[in-house]
Ligand binder design. Sequence first.
Ligand SMILES: [Zn+2]
Length: 387
Amino acid sequence: MLQLKLIVHMTREPGARFRPDSRDHTPTYLISFLQIHSISLFISISRASRRYAQSSSEKKMGAGKDEVSALHDLVASAGGCAVVDGGFATQLEKHGAVINDPLWSALCLIQNPGLIKKVHMEYLEAGADVLVTSSYQATIPGFLSRGLSADEGERLLQKSVVLAVEARDEFWEAEGLAGRGYSRALVAASIGSYGAYLADGSEYSGCYGPDVGLDKLKDFHRRRLRVLVKAGADMLAFETIPNKLEAQACMELLQEEDVQIPSWICFSSVDGLNAPSGDSFEDCLAVLNKSRRVTAVGINCAPPHFVESLIRKLRKLTKKVIVVYPNSGEVWDGKEKKWLPSTCFNDHHFGLFASRWRDAGAQLIGGCCRTTPCTVRAISKALKSNY
Ligand SMILES: [Zn+2]
């Protein structure tokens, strides 16, 4: 018997094959045809694209109810585990960009925005379902210290989202993916930790000193968060958070700013057991579990050999979506100013371990520093081979 697998997008998006309206959500004409011809049909209703039908006038800081579920929808439509992209600065450098600068990858927003778009496109081609923007180390104070005005800084932040959205939409159109069962990739606006802005390595120690309290951290993140949401990001990605205090600041900010799009909060880890500050994940998750606005929690830029046990730990501590995107396991030799080769993980290992991480409970898997589109291709192949 002929079997068809069909994803019905409930959307007004141009190109979608079926457009059920509010009076009749079942394409009855199709079902009659299939019955007559004895064809069995599996219908999966994807809600991921509903957000494109939403009026922009409904949007506040983010959007409405459908946007909140966009991340869950993406995970579901990817078969239970979606793919996050890989190292951004790593790939910029592969293309010759020199970003040894406090602004790091954000320097390219000023000098070579076309290259940023190209890297986004490479990750889409490798199978990424989530693009993380180039704003990790892009902050208004950082731009001010480079002699730019606050307005210019905000425009660059906005540009980081626009470049990723353009790449995503162009890829979608070029590949003719509408109506073929794919979910359009989500653009996650990167919000690096306060330590990332300091560029002194404190995102891996969590030691911000006695003068940095909750309010200071919230004030640091507030304006950037507003600009990134307004620029049209699908979600927010707080990255490399090193301690409970900053996680709480991010969570409270989502509430205070009434942010309606999904967000993840990811911690780094240097011992494979705790956040870099030594705060336990039990304590960190006890804080984040209180907020429905934090959609996902997880680990980024930790060595990959920590990841499986950390997923199992987090799985016991939360019902939220778990996201992991470790670095390659290579170690930065600060004295020699070079990366020491990884003894543990290459792209092949990432492919093998992606399935294990999924089985342990991760629902979003990608790579961080020193991973490349080849890494993401291996992850995507492993996760989607049975789907
Ligand atoms: Zn990293």
